[in-house]
Design a protein around this ligand. Structure first.
Ligand SMILES: [Ca+2]
Ligand SMILES: [Ca+2]
Length: 197
């Protein structure tokens, strides 16, 4: 009955000029739409209410499914996970080639801060937020999409192990289940206790 009512409503509206549609309603009796010829369509009040309810539900569902704010945060998190693995590759390949990890040991580096003594740019692989010439491994150093005081990347090593941290906005389970010691960070590396909350 519902689908039939929707079909009848669209057929009637598409074939009849708006100013030619008339309707009458008395109590719970059928609400009758008529053409100018006075031919009854038999469209009832109950059918009209159901059609309006379905349309409202569809609109509410569409808004809930497509949340642009949520979508942008998830896109940023996808970039962060990808960047974390890029950083891991850079650090690992540098270690394989040189036997040491990039930058000086026991010094926390963050992607929103240039190390003292460097004056290029944060994303420079020549001397960026990780103060090491890494141009053989990457054109640029990854930066967090926001790269502010809350959301930025972190890196440290102690000469034998390293850790990389990335803070997500929506990927909470990934941060909590990475085996590290901080549920609010996505942690990768060879020792996830080097950086603590
Ligand atoms: Ca974690
Ligand atoms: Ca950690």
């Amino acid at each position: 009955m519902l689908l039939a009512a929707i079909a009848r409503l669209f057929v009637m509206v598409s074939k009849t000029p708006f100013n030619k549609i008339e309707f009458t309603y008395t109590s719970w009796k059928p609400l009758v739409f008529t053409r100018s010829s006075r031919k009854s369509t038999g469209f009832t009040y109950l059918e009209l209410v159901l059609v309006m309810a379905v349309m409202a539900t569809v609109m509410i569902t569409a808004v809930a499914v497509y949340n642009p704010v949520e979508g942008r945060a998830k896109a940023r998190d996808n970039k962060r996970i990808n960047d974390a693995f890029v950083l891991e590759r850079i650090v690992t390949e540098f270690h394989l080639d040189t036997g040491s990890y990039p930058d000086i040991p026991d010094t926390l580096r963050t992607s929103n801060t240039l190390p003292v003594g460097t004056s290029i740019s944060l994303d420079s692989s020549a001397a960026g937020w990780i103060n090491q010439d890494l141009r053989n491994y990457s054109t640029f150093l990854p930066l967090d999409p926001l790269n502010d005081a809350t959301n930025h990347y972190s890196y440290i090593h102690n000469g034998t192990t390293y850790e990389i941290n990335v803070r997500m906005e929506r990927a909470l389970s990934e941060m909590a289940n990475d085996g590290g010691n901080d549920v609010n960070m996505y942690e990768i590396g060879t020792d996830l206790n080097l950086i603590s909350p």
